[in-house]
Every structure is written in structure tokens, then in C-alpha cells.
Design a protein around this ligand. Structure first.
Ligand SMILES: *[C@@H]1O[C@H](CO)[C@@H](O)[C@H](O)[C@H]1NC(C)=O
Ligand SMILES: *[C@@H]1O[C@H](CO)[C@@H](O)[C@H](O)[C@H]1NC(C)=O
Length: 428
């Protein structure tokens, strides 16, 4: 019996299937992560300051449905991609959810700011210890502007370029943000929320940057440094949360996109299942973070009513209705480390991404070289902590999008399958 069910489980895992919808159940964690509380700029030309000033942390405990994804979230988009419409809905008393943020190319963003990680030019900051903060994105997502949403936003995000969204409420004394903030710092969307995203992921001839992705991050990560000192953590260090929604991975089939969730609990995801990459036709993805059911549901819907309100029964069907696959996020796939400094980059400072040839000609406050946002850097540093990756679960390596050799990649894939099978075997 055991061997039969194990075999069935194995085939279920290995039979790679295209799916349209996916649900994470039992999302909320009871645990802790290292909140960033200090990130000093340092003094040009060297970041010679103690680690607790370079990336100071305080242990932050969470214990709630969705935690830590009940914390404010931002959504990040990496081209090549077209985004046609975005909306964010949140529950109101009575059970209906209403639109709190909206954008399409014909309107100016409503309670929504487009940001990128190019601080130090027209907006945001750059420092020797912390690299680039968030900045106001230009309409073509390739550079920065001095004011928020200063240019009309195009649908097309060029290959390798990234942009993320926040609400239009700035962090302030009256409305403080959790954790360390700098530069252009805004609130994300907390509690229960649904992101509606109409998008596609066109083919690109730029083979180094043909890996479009959409992911949700704890807003704290963006407010300190997405590619530097942040609370995201990884592996045994846990973290404040990342949810890859649809991510094309460089060493995998580029026509497939995966989802993966990370928190202090560990990681899990779509595994061998995938969302077909929508090259030409646009698709509408609904991502529902529902505290009431402690679930996160990703679904591509055939039609969506973009009006201001979604009824309680309709929302309930998004959060609890049938999906192609569902996975419990209940298992720690790796042990938790309590070392307060274990999630801090050691061998690699954020600024090490700056090409050395261009650094000497730049003043500490000048705009970071645009080549910093090249794919190789951005992707290998989503989790800058990966430099100490020996304790990291294999799926984490795929997720970074690093162009690992294909042998290395299939090895990580099969070892993660092995790990899952082994856990399944233990549970039987
Ligand atoms: C992007 O827009 C800026 C204006 O904000 C312009 O200077 C720049 O040339 C544009 N870049 C591309 C690649 O179109
Ligand atoms: C990834 O690396 C391999 C081997 O170094 C190379 O042949 C391939 O073109 C690279 N792929 C991309 C998309 O950069």
C-alpha cells in the first residue's frame, strides 16, 4: 500500500501539467524573521562600518492567518511583459471587496505608484553601503523621474527591466511603515487583498533577458533594498515573505511559468506543474490573499469585471472555489536558524553589483550605472544572501533565475523532488 501510494505520488509529481489556477492553503506562520531596523549609508569610497550598522536587525514575531503575507505587499514585474490593467481590491465591512487602487494605460494611476530600484538619479538615494533605493519609474520603465507617476506608463516593460507598485501613501511620522525605510518609501497593501493583473509575456530576442516574472514581496524588502540589506531572508534563516506568482526560470522551459512561496516556514510551489506563458494573448490573473481562509489563490480567469466592487459570494468563490491544484504550506522544508545575522549578506555587499569599472568615476550620490539592473545582477541578487547558499533548499536556486548550467539545474530539480518524496514517505 505504501509503495503503491508512494508510486502514485511520484507520478503525480513528475507528470508535469499545465494549470490555470493554484492555491496555497494554511499559509499563515507562527514564527519570526529579522526585521531590518538600521541600514546606514556609509562613507564613500568604502563601506567600512560594523555589520549592525550596515544591516541591523531586530527579531520580529508573527502569528496570524496569512502571516507574514498579511503584512503590506508590493508586486514586482519583470519584462519582457505587457501589463494592460492592474487593480487591487480589499474587503469592506459586509463582505464585498472594493477597488482601492487601479491603473490602465488610459488613466493616471489611482492610489498606485510605479517604482523601480534605480534610486540616486532623479529620485531616491544611492549609497556605498546600501546601493540603490526605490525611485520613481519613468513611463518606459527604463529610467527614473523626479516625481511619482510623472509620465504616462506604457504597457510594455522591456526585457530585464523591473517595476513594482505601491499605494500612493508615503511612509511618514503620522503613517509610519514597518521596518527600515529610505528614499521614496511608500506603503503597500496589507491584510486581505486581491491583485488583478492583465498581462502577457511576449517572446524576446534578448536571450539573456527572456525570463519575465511577476512576484509579490513584503513591502519592507523594497523599502530597504530589494537587492541588498532586506528582511527577505532565505533557507534556514526564514524571512518576511516572497511569493512568485508567474515566473519563467532561465534554466527551465521558457514557455512555462512557475509559482513558489517562501516564508519562515520554508518553501513550496507549483513543482512540476506550470502556467503556460502567455506569449501573445493577454490573460487576467487574480491573486487573492484571504485571511478568512488563510489561503492564497492564483487564478487565470476567462473574464473579469473590472468594476469597483466584487460581491461577497463572488469573492468567496475566488478564495474557496475549485482550482486545478492546491498545496498546503504547512511543512518546514528546512530548519530554522535563530542566528540574528544569518540572513545578512556577508561576502557580497549590494554595491558589489556595481560594475567596478564605472564606480570610480561616480560620486557616491550619483545615479547607479544602468547596467546594474542588467539581468545577471538583478536576478542573482533578489536574495543577496544566496552567496551563503550551502544551506539553501534547491528550489531556491532555481528561483533566483541565475543562469546555472543545465546539469546543475536538473540536479537541483531532481534533488528537490527527492526531498519532497522523502518527506511524503515519512508522512505515510
Ligand atoms: C525612456 O524615457 C526617458 C524619459 O523619461 C527617455 O529619456 C529615455 O530615452 C527612454 N528610454 C528608452 C529606452 O526608450
Ligand atoms: C546560459 O548559459 C549557457 C552556458 O553558459 C549559455 O550557453 C546560454 O546561452 C545561457 N542562456 C542564457 C539565456 O543566457
Amino acid at each position: 500500500m505504501r509503495s503503491i501510494s508512494l508510486l502514485a505520488f511520484f507520478f503525480a509529481l513528475c507528470e508535469s501539467a499545465a494549470i490555470d489556477s493554484f492555491r496555497y492553503t494554511g499559509v499563515g506562520a507562527s514564527g519570526s524573521y529579522q526585521m531590518i531596523t538600521r541600514a546606514d549609508p556609509g562613507v564613500w569610497p568604502n563601506c567600512n562600518i560594523p555589520q549592525d550598522q550596515k544591516c541591523g536587525t531586530t527579531l520580529s514575531s508573527v502569528n496570524a492567518p496569512l502571516a507574514p503575507f498579511d503584512d503590506e505587499q508590493s508586486v514586482v514585474f519583470r519584462g519582457p511583459m505587457n501589463i494592460y490593467r492592474l487593480a487591487v481590491y480589499q474587503p469592506q465591512t459586509g463582505g464585498a471587496w472594493t477597488s482601492v487602487s487601479y491603473w490602465d494605460p488610459n488613466v493616471s494611476p489611482q492610489n498606485l505608484v510605479f517604482l523601480n530600484n534605480m534610486g540616486g538619479g532623479a529620485s531616491g538615494t544611492w549609497s556605498i553601503c546600501q546601493g540603490a533605493s526605490q525611485s520613481y519609474s519613468s513611463g518606459n520603465y527604463s529610467t527614473t523621474t523626479s516625481k511619482p507617476n510623472a509620465e504616462p506608463f506604457k504597457t510594455f516593460i522591456p526585457p530585464g527591466k523591473e517595476v513594482n507598485i505601491m499605494t500612493s501613501t508615503q511612509c511618514s511620522t503620522n503613517q509610519p511603515c514597518a521596518g527600515f525605510s529610505r528614499g521614496t518609501a511608500y506603503h503597500g497593501w496589507g491584510g486581505s487583498k486581491m491583485f488583478a493583473i492583465q498581462y502577457n509575456m511576449p517572446q524576446s530576442t534578448d536571450s539573456n533577458n527572456n525570463i519575465p516574472a511577476i512576484w509579490a514581496l513584503n513591502a519592507q524588502v523594497l523599502r530597504s533594498a530589494q537587492y541588498g540589506c532586506n528582511c527577505r531572508g532565505m533557507g534556514g534563516s526564514g524571512g518576511c515573505g516572497e511569493l512568485d506568482l508567474v515566473e519563467v526560470i532561465i534554466s527551465q522551459d521558457l514557455s512555462q511559468a512557475y509559482s513558489e512561496i517562501y516564508s519562515m516556514k520554508g518553501a513550496t510551489g507549483t513543482g512540476a506543474d506550470y502556467f503556460a506563458r502567455p506569449y501573445t494573448t493577454s490573460r487576467t490573473l487574480l491573486v487573492t490573499f484571504d485571511a478568512g481562509t488563510d489561503t492564497i489563490t492564483l487564478q487565470h480567469v476567462a473574464s473579469f469585471d473590472w468594476s469597483n466592487s466584487i460581491s461577497a459570494p463572488q469573492m468567496s468563490s475566488y478564495a474557496t472555489g475549485k482550482v486545478d491544484r492546491s498545496v498546503p504550506f504547512g511543512t518546514s522544508y528546512f530548519t530554522t536558524s535563530s542566528s540574528p545575522t544569518s540572513n545578512i549578506p556577508t561576502s557580497k555587499s549590494p554595491t558589489s553589483n556595481v560594475p567596478t569599472s564605472t564606480v570610480p568615476t561616480k560620486s557616491p550620490t550619483s545615479s547607479i550605472p544602468t547596467s546594474k539592473s542588467s539581468t545577471a545582477n538583478t536576478m542573482s541578487t533578489t536574495n543577496v544572501q544566496q552567496t551563503s547558499s550551502t544551506d539553501v533548499v534547491p528550489t531556491m536556486l532555481q528561483e533566483t533565475g541565475k543562469n546555472t548550467s543545465s546539469t546543475g539545474s536538473s540536479a537541483t530539480l531532481s534533488s528537490s523532488l527527492f526531498l519532497i518524496m522523502f518527506l511524503a514517505y515519512l508522512m505515510m
